[in-house]
Design a protein around this ligand. Sequence first.
Ligand SMILES: Cc1ncc(COP(=O)(O)O)c(C=O)c1O
Length: 341
Amino acid sequence: MVNLADWEWSELRFDYYKTDCNIRYSFAPDTGWSDMQLTEDETLPVPLAAACLHYGSSLFEGLKAFRGVDGKVRIFRLEDTVQRLQASAARLCLPIPPREMIVEGCCEVVRRNLRHLPPYGTGAAMYLRPLEIGTSTSFGVKPSEEALFVVFCSPVGPYFKGGIRPIDVAIDCEQDRVAARGTGDVKIGANYAASLLPYRHARELGCASVLFLDPLEHRYLDECVAANFFAIRDGKYITPKSTTILPSITNRTLQTLAEELGIEVEVRPIPVEEIASFEECGCCGTGAIIAPIGNIVDMRNGKRYHYTDSVGSTSFALYQRLLDIQYGVAEDVHGWNTIVE
Ligand SMILES: Cc1ncc(COP(=O)(O)O)c(C=O)c1O
């Protein structure tokens, strides 16, 4: 194991590094949720016939903790993450982890791994990964009554080393990410498994991600493999309204910040033809905050739509504003930060 305390923080990639400990809670119908268990072990004891290994009873979340300019440690939008995690558990018929337990797990995993929390000014942060799996054993397809809830963390470097850079995305890589009335609006492992093949097709085209269309009609923009989509045009922030995309916490945050900067926000179905008219567009999510889109490659007709070679001014203003709140440089007027210590 690499001793991260000795690491050059600036060398960190956006990747997994083992830390000192992680946190677990188990659920059984008779006893409910266990007390918090702390462990150094980075493996899980999972029965061979567990539901998570066969029937996709698996969900997760991703959020970040930051060492601020004032030395305080903040977790960004923890309460929103709690709600989304609970919605995912409900959709998978898994035991729903109580709010207090999720909050305790996230705060405690940061406190116990403080020496791995990157200092302010390095551009790095600590990524938290809560997850829940169904552990009941059965050959029948049915909801898992037992579960394991885990929170682990890893220091992560900035998504873009050496500054924000545009990525290319591909439209219509043959497969949909989710079904029209499926599970696109929750954060479950199965959605990501289904994205892997179209993602591979996009990579073969030299693109960093897929921009999926709505799975019912393939007429509207939906989202990317692990990020929402937004565009800027005529002074407006435009982002898809769709029941098949994950409600991104970053996207919601950017909408609020856009309004505060006097930018009108439109959340509506976006016909795919509109890609020809965008001034800026990008992917947004916890990892990168904003990844500007340099080009959209439309696989249906081979057309390439070019937007930027760097980052558009509106996208950058929103990105900077959000970072300032996360690092305690700008005031957190919305109460988005949970101070851990
Ligand atoms: C499919 C998908 N959409 C959108 C997002 C962005 O969501 P958030 O801003 O909450 O990280 C993610 C990343 O978590 C994702 O995996």
